[in-house]
Design a protein around this ligand. Structure first.
Ligand code: AMP
Length: 356
């Protein structure tokens, strides 16, 4: 089904991803209507309409979907029960099923494993006793992660030794919630693959993106891949495509990998546009945001080729955003600020540099 330019795209979530999606939509002649619980936010200034509502308000979400021509989301911690209502009203992409799997580290790892993607050794744990059993099975070092609602390294505890006290500490650190214990992966680098897929099964992938984190938060993304990431690129893209095909996925999806000695190791997937794809705005012929809009509206996908020899994107976290005058003094730097008030650890903007 084609949702033509001039139509209204509903975006659930009002952060910077919604802002950049709304801008990409506007470039193609779409209006954006955001649904979010906050009074305002980064997407508010660039969206045509803003509905303030709770993410678990099925009635409000139904009304919102009825006011739009197609609905998408830019935020993952959404209750799938309420979203199911919108899914029945208008084309809704990516599917609620993709979100349900991606929200839960146990479901997503099982799903990846079923489709032939190697993962760290892992097991689901629901109590301290189960954690002790899991440590006995997997050994240390290991990482305990909450099954749900973890992001940017939050909801995680590292287990350096298999000692009993360490288990109790880790269990306390994550708040005693259902979790997965993962064996520690020895990897050289981390990278992500972003693909865009349409309802009729066409898909395009950008170059795998090499990612560097600082304190659990993405600091820098760069392309093209080199070394081990370049060597694994085809395999990682094939894995990502297999997952997207299995889900009948529509839109942009990001999958994060560790570069293991024998190939890509699946870490996690995001059923949405992703921070490691922000470089595509200036660094690729078609950005992740534009291809997401094209995919959910049933339009042809644009080229993912690089616009230069190399591209790097640096996140501006917390007061790093105050460096904007210096960044703007570089004639070739592309500065993006999301219009948020500065707080430590907050993603305030990013800067992209394309080497021609
Ligand atoms: P995640 O929230 O799953 O992306 O984890 C946050 C970060 O912790 C990752 O980007 C890795 O640097 C590190 N990490 C996560 N899981 C593992 C693992 N099984 N082995 C080694 N490092 C990990």
């Amino acid at each position: 089904m084609i949702v033509p330019p001039g139509s209204t795209i509903g975006i659930i979530g009002g952060g910077q991803l919604g802002r950049m999606l709304a801008i990409a939509g506007a470039n193609l002649g779409y209006r954006s209507h955001v649904f979010a619980p906050e009074a305002t936010g980064p997407a508010a200034e660039v969206a045509a309409t803003w509905t303030r509502g709770a993410y678990d308000d099925a009635h409000a979400l139904r009304g919102f979907a009825e006011a739009c021509d197609v609905v998408t989301y830019e935020f993952e911690n959404l209750p799938v029960e309420a979203l199911g209502v919108s899914e029945g009203v208008r084309p809704f992409h990516p599917s609620v099923e993709a979100l349900r799997i991606a929200q839960d580290r146990a479901l997503e790892k099982a799903f990846a494993g079923r489709h032939g993607l190697p993962t760290a050794r892992w097991t689901a744990v629901a109590s301290l006793a189960e954690l002790r059993d899991a440590i006995a099975e997997i050994g240390a070092p290991a990482i305990l992660k909450t099954r749900r609602f973890g992001y940017d390294g939050k909801g995680q505890a590292r287990l350096h030794a298999a000692a009993d006290d360490d288990a109790a500490d880790a269990w306390r650190t994550i708040g005693g919630q259902p979790a997965v214990l993962e064996g520690f992966v020895r990897f050289e680098v981390e990278y992500s693959v972003l693909i865009a897929r349409t309802a009729d099964g066409r898909s395009v992938a950008w170059d795998p993106v090499t990612n560097v984190h600082d304190d659990g938060i993405l600091a820098r993304s760069s392309v093209p891949p080199s070394g081990v990431v370049a060597a694994q690129a085809d395999a990682a893209i094939a894995h990502t495509r297999r997952l997207a095909d299995a889900l009948g996925y529509v839109g942009v999806m990001a999958v994060e990998y560790f570069a293991g000695a024998d190939g890509p190791i699946f870490n996690e997937m995001a059923p949405r546009v992703h921070n490691s794809g922000h470089w595509t705005i200036e660094g690729a012929v078609t950005s992740q945001f534009e291809n997401h809009v094209r995919a959910i509206c049933g339009l042809p996908l644009g080229s993912t080729a690089l616009t230069g020899r190399a591209v790097a994107m640096d996140n501006l976290i917390g007061n790093a955003a105050e460096r904007w005058p210096t960044i703007l003094a570089e004639p070739e730097a592309h500065l993006h600020l999301y219009g948020k008030t500065i707080r430590p650890g907050r993603k305030m903007g990013h800067v992209t540099r394309v080497k021609r």
